[in-house]
Design a protein around this ligand. Structure first.
Ligand code: UT7
Length: 328
């Protein structure tokens, strides 16, 4: 039996109305719009208000993706919510989303792979569709990272934003669809980006909260170099596997961590800046939500035509990284 490819059939995105600008941050920490803009490319990011939470945005993004894929929620066999900022520890945000959507026949869970979460989810969904175990999967990246941001730490608080992106995947028609995927991790670098408290190792107490141990801590400089190398290498790998070269790519959507990282990856791949998508100026780094938000923006802007090669790559805490090549 010929192998069935998976394809992205519909996408969606959602984010809070609230916006935190560089000017707002200038009032909170010792920083400047100029420093943030030149060092990261970020001008503003969305920030959830009190009472807003991760699944709220995930459900909005998912409804849009399901509508565009023209399927019934009951046809979905798998819901993966990639997030490092779940609504709560138990149950999974995936299950909460499943209930809201009425996708009652789906397996649902959360996937923790930080900024690479969406590509990890896409890879899992691709394999389950290919093996025929499920027909449709909903893969979501959703974050309310600003709950874990220390707004007294200028090296991290300028970076992160909130939002969600979603994609419905299902069997591809013709020779379209996901051509290759690769995902990796290296836990030896766990402390490059982590939150030390709040789990079973350092359980949350009044003291750990006061010490801010639940906030993200990051060694930005070291991550920067790893991010560039890993995203470029994995991109080459997925291209090689499918028999293509960087110059064949029509649209490159990298994880939005820092404009300088994006530029450096593009330069390593030797691809023209015009094919590299960037929305970091308006979203900052939304971790698992970054790639699916960008993907949905590209779909809405009509940036891909049938048959175009679309390359996705990501890198994040863990550390984790991944790539995917899709024939649109
Ligand atoms: O999502 C995937 C995982 N995340 C990443 O891949 C993030 C990767 N890292 C980065 O994006 C960058 O490393 C940062 C944006 C976090 C930092 O940029 P950088 O160019 O690597 O700056 P740096 O950490 O080397 O700091 C340079 C200087 C330092 O001052 P001194 O020691 O040279 O006097 C910092 O204290 O800039 C200072 N600095 C700031 N100054 C103004 C750090 N943050 C700020 C700030 N405003 N917000």
């Amino acid at each position: 039996m010929a192998e069935v490819r998976s394809a992205i059939l519909g996408t969606g995105r959602a984010y809070p109305q609230g916006i935190l600008t560089n000017a707002d941050l200038e009032k909170m920490v010792e920083t400047s719009d100029d420093w943030i803009t030149t060092r990261t490319g970020i001008k503003e990011r969305h920030r959830a208000a009190e009472g807003e939470y991760t699944s709220l945005f995930a459900v909005q993004a998912s409804r849009q993706a399901i509508e565009r894929a023209r399927i019934d929620p009951l046809e979905i066999g798998l819901v993966i919510c990639a997030t490092v900022s779940p609504d709560q520890i138990l149950p999974s945000t995936g299950c909460l989303i499943q209930a809201e959507l009425g996708a009652h026949k789906a397996a649902a869970f959360d996937l923790v792979a930080a900024c690479s979460g969406f590509l990890y989810g896409l890879t899992m969904a691709d394999k389950m569709i290919k093996t025929g175990q499920i027909r449709y999967a909903l893969v979501i990246g959703a974050e309310v990272l600003t709950r874990y941001v220390d707004f007294t730490d200028r090296s991290t608080c300028i970076l992160f934003g909130d939002g969600a992106g979603a994609a419905v995947m299902g069997p591809a028609e013709g020779d379209r669809g996901v051509l290759s995927t690769r995902i990796y991790s290296d836990g030896r670098f766990a402390e490059q980006l982590y939150s030390p408290g709040g789990g079973t190792r350092v359980r949350p107490t009044a003291e750990t909260l006061a010490q801010g141990l639940h906030y993200f801590k990051m060694k930005g400089n070291e991550l920067f170099k790893m991010a560039v190398r890993s995203m470029a290498d994995v991109s080459i790998e997925v291209l090689n596997e499918a028999g293509f070269k960087p110059e064949d790519v029509k649209l490159f959507i990298p994880h939005q961590a820092n404009q300088r990282i994006t530029d450096a990856v593009a330069s390593r791949l030797n691809v023209d800046g015009s094919i590299v998508y960037s929305n970091i100026a308006y979203h900052g780094n939304t971790s698992a939500a970054s790639v699916p938000i960008a993907l949905d923006e590209c779909v809405e802007k009509g940036m891909m035509s049938e048959g175009d090669l679309v390359l996705l790559a990501s890198f994040g805490g863990g550390v984790t990284w991944g790539g995917a090549l899709i024939k649109w």
